[in-house]
Write a new protein. Structure first.
Length: 179
């Protein structure tokens, strides 16, 4: 099977000619993942703009919706699920509360604590955003045979499982500490 050259092929050819010592076994995989991620991110941002959402707002709404009824989480639990600092989520949650997409509820078991909960409008917008985003991603892959998508998914799952560092495990922490 012959493949059509893509932008990653051109990048890799340039690095092979200009600085071959930076090429490693993972170089092409990394570039292809980055290219795909950038493309998917661009599609998502276009869809979210049409819904009046930022990516951070989308992430928070979707995390709460995905949590199941009653669609609420503690702020620190929400931040951890999104791999963000609690401070990083605070400004976004203030905006979402101001738009009546979520609300703060007192925790009857801990007077110092609150819950962040989706409102009915927040639930509806989260569901609409997920559906629109999923449809846009599906459209991107419409010409790719389903079997190939399934194989790629399985291989990427194996790659993640083979390297704890990719999921923030010990290898990733030691690389960050060194560099």
């Amino acid at each position: 099977m012959t493949t059509t050259p893509d932008p990653v092929d051109a990048w890799m050819d340039s690095w092979r000619a200009e600085l071959p010592e930076v090429e490693h076994a993972s170089s092409e995989l990394t570039k292809r993942i980055m290219f795909l991620s950038s493309t998917l991110d661009g599609v998502m941002r276009r869809e979210l703009t049409g819904l009046g959402l930022t990516p951070a707002e989308f992430d928070i709404l979707v995390a709460l919706r995905r949590s199941g009824a009653p669609y609420r989480m503690k702020p620190n639990q929400l931040a951890r699920s999104l791999m963000l600092s609690t401070g990083g989520t605070t400004n976004v949650t203030h905006r979402l509360v101001g738009r009546d997409l979520m609300e703060r509820e007192s925790d009857p078991e801990d007077a110092r604590s609150t819950w962040l909960k989706l409102t009915p409008d927040g639930i509806a917008l989260a569901e609409r955003a997920v559906l629109v985003n999923a449809a846009a991603h599906e459209a991107l892959f419409q010409d790719v045979p389903a079997e190939l998508v399934e194989r790629a998914t399985a291989v990427l799952r194996e790659v993640l499982a083979a390297s704890p560092g990719l999921l923030g495990g010990p290898s990733a922490r030691s690389a960050r500490a060194q560099g």
